[in-house]
Design a protein around this ligand. Sequence first.
Ligand SMILES: Cc1cc2nc3c(=O)[nH]c(=O)nc-3n(C[C@H](O)[C@H](O)[C@H](O)COP(=O)(O)OP(=O)(O)OC[C@H]3O[C@@H](n4cnc5c(N)ncnc54)[C@H](O)[C@@H]3O)c2cc1C
Length: 666
Amino acid sequence: MALDSKVPSGPISDKWTNYKDHINLVNPANKRNIDIIVVGTGLAGGSAAATLAELGYNVKTFCFQDSPRRAHSIAAQGGINAAKNYQGDGDSTFRLFYDTIKGGDYRSREANVHRLAEVSTNIIDQCVMQGVPLAREYGGLLDNRSFGGTLVARTFYAKGQTGQQLLLGAYSAMNRQIGRGKIKSHTRHEMLDLVLVDGKARGIIARNLVTGEIERHSAHAVVIASGGYGNVFFLSTYAMGSNATAAWKIHKKGAFFANPCYTQIHPTCIPVSGDHQSKLTLMSESLRNDGRIWVPAKLEDAKAIREGKKKPADLSEADRDYYLERRYPSFGNLVPRDVASRAAKERCDAGFGVNKTGEAVYLDFAAAIQRYGKEQAYIKGLDSNDAKLIIKLGAAVIANKYGNLFQMYEKIVDEDPYTTPMMIYPAVHYTMGGTWVDYNLQTTIPGCFSIGESNFSDHGANRLGASALMQGLADGYFVLPYTIGDYLAPDIKTGTISTDLPEFVEAEKKVKAQIDQFMNNKGTHSVDYFHKKLGKIMWDKVGMARNAKGLTEAIEEIAVLREEFYKDVKVPGTADSFNQELEKAGRVADFLELGELFAKDALHRNESCGGHFREEYQSEEGEAQRDDENFAYVAAWEYKGKPSDAVLHKEPLVFENIKLVTRSYK
Ligand SMILES: Cc1cc2nc3c(=O)[nH]c(=O)nc-3n(C[C@H](O)[C@H](O)[C@H](O)COP(=O)(O)OP(=O)(O)OC[C@H]3O[C@@H](n4cnc5c(N)ncnc54)[C@H](O)[C@@H]3O)c2cc1C
């Protein structure tokens, strides 16, 4: 099947404007007769549902949490990008577009990224109008900070709770529509299959997670906003419930899955402490605005620190290696995440790690505390030679900026980051891959759309910090509500879709059969037992560094593990009640298929780009080596029964506005 990205022709700066002017619109009176299902009510789904309802459509939302406001989006800490140029530091739509394409290592679709940069400014206006309390400067203007991969400050934030505040904004907008009867919200419901009628997405099968009832829901279009699939690694910074089921089920029904191997490993997470863990914690990238990353310069010092014989403060400046500042003087600690993560791994692999496992580097605020302290003393006319006072004043500035993150770190690690550097290490954080979508955000199934982290669209092989919230809200507030009309316009005469159609009956039967299979299996191992095993294969062989041998082994091992899982998984409890083990079983079953496709995709991509680092393809300095001649395309996989049989389709990436060059942050 030929992939039609539907990208309009014309100059990049006019594409979106012209396109919107020629798109099919649905008469407002007819929108009353059109139903849209939105699966997921995080930032992408919540904003889309509220906007679609505001436009007049009937919306049905689904989420597995007890409230939309508990979506994974609530965890987002650091901020959201927008090309407002409030700092007057030379930001522009083009610069945000350029930074995002370069940050993604030239593996994203130009037209989508430019549109993202264009609508980024509207998002901030929208959220301010909703009353989202974005941080302000002393004079009352919105404040900004910097995130990785940029040389301007364009990140808007609400202390360390940006996702939570933005989600409350979207949730309020949703609630207004729930109150008007335009949104029917189904919480504690999990979508378990997509229903196609005459080749079009016409509904879903969902399980009521409280009663266990299997329900049929119909609509004229289905929007998937189910988030990312990083929990395929078991340990990650994702919310425990984040999963791939909705995206994987539509894949099995015909939606191509794009670039599954593009995963983001975030450099600043609290290191793994042992086998007992089921969750990793992110320390926001915003901390890299002020924190300096280092390891001891000498192996003997690193060893002494690991053995508890030395403390970081014992090491003089000369004995520290600020390796990011050394290797990348231009961007320093603010290089993109993939670059920072690999650099941390390189130092730790070389023996310079600073915790007991040898897998940690320092993130140190001492210099920032000094700098801010002196500035405050000067402003307040106090004694700048009083060392204790400087530290007190500087720590207060840091607390004001990052207080909740420091508190979180102290609670987890039991060390005071104001007085001793934080220890951090890379962890799985985001998935750039996802369902393939065209310019309208429609998958290869007519009437099935995918938005937010669940699609592949904007970040190429590496997402820049603070760009996920931007993309989710761009898709939800400003793109999908327009583009879906183009699809729905000819659908106004269809009338209500009956859930008695044989396609619904068939899909429901299959869902029930899988549940029965799990409940009757009577195996010997818990779901987590298999999930952990999968996670270990993924981290060891499909993680931060990959090679052909490891990937080939991973593909075989995952297929074997999947068989074992079906033979030997034990799901306690019953199917007609609240049963989280049963929920997990279905999700892990999907991860066990997705994991294999993930490895297959990584194996076929014989180059290194962004978060996809193949050890065979690196420069002498250890930097990623792309192969633009052979791999400047989106890899979109078609399901054919087994992950091993998946068929590859290529969407060539055409760069008309940005020159393809080797990425450099030096
Ligand atoms: C700790 C942390 C910090 C972050 N900080 C930032 C940041 O500062 N800036 C930034 O830009 N990004 C950040 N991110 C990334 C960002 O938070 C996410 O990429 C983004 O919130 C994803 O939004 P989403 O709406 O696409 O999906 P989610 O918020 O993951 O929402 C998914 C929704 O889908 C529902 N769902 C899933 N499957 C099903 C199913 N089968 N049936 C029914 N419902 C289903 C869920 O219930 C949920 O409502 C951070 C991520 C983490 C983990």
